[in-house]
Design a protein around this ligand. Sequence first.
Ligand SMILES: Nc1ncnc2c1ncn2[C@@H]1O[C@H](COP(=O)(O)OP(=O)(O)OP(=O)(O)O)[C@@H](O)[C@H]1O
Length: 260
Amino acid sequence: MGRSIVFASGKGGTGKTTTIANVGVALAQFGREVIIIDADITMANLSLILGMEDIPITLHDVLSGEAELNDAIYEGPAGVKVIPGGLSLEKIKKAKNPERLRELMREISSLADFILIDAPAGLEMTSITALLIGKELILVTNPEISAITDSLKTKLVAEKLGTLPLGAVLNRVTSEKTELSKEDIETILDVPVLMVIPEDPEVKRASAYGIPLVVKNPTSPAAIAYKQLAAKLAGIRYSPPRPESPIKRVFRALFGGGRR
Ligand SMILES: Nc1ncnc2c1ncn2[C@@H]1O[C@H](COP(=O)(O)OP(=O)(O)OP(=O)(O)O)[C@@H](O)[C@H]1O
């Protein structure tokens, strides 16, 4: 059975979807079978970041018996699989058999090593549903007090639901003095910081192209952090590539990418 990990944030716009997309692709690049469930359907950003179009059949269609699970699984970069969520607690309650969601999650868990769930921000019904379907939780937050406070609320709700908090990912970190330190954040949230992801202009550039950063620019600082987080989750060693020497760069400019 694969591990099911919910990525949640509390506050919106912390970079949760970008993180899950890149960590998912990095895990797939490390040879792991990955399914990402996009429970954050209001924005549908995940498919844009991964460059996927036309994914009309959702997990909800499978729940209501209108589609087979296989029809709702779409293939993305590096073989990562995506299931659009289309879930709401209301719809699940209306489904003939509410136990079916649990059964379906068991079925999905048997298909991959990692099931990563992109939870909508906040603590609305759809966010609670996402927290319910994962066994473990990663908080994606920014080093500012409002984001940390909202993450703490999400963590407390998740614990009440029986979802185990693994830790937090600190995203968009700069060296500004106004930012809370990693140590302060660990104390407030009472979980370890699993990874610090720097503010990186390449993140936006990659998503504008619809190509995950770990594919488009694997040596950029944020891409290296996504890969390190994926390696940590997979329990493998990953040594980031060393920056290219100026001499090598000149050779590459003169003779093209293949030259050493
Ligand atoms: N490390 C980073 N460096 C620079 N920009 C980033 C970084 N991470 C995310 N961003 C940018 O921040 C914005 C929000 O990211 P994203 O959509 O992943 O957030 P989210 O938490 O999933 O949002 P929502 O709450 O709407 O679901 C995007 O424009 C994204 O490109």
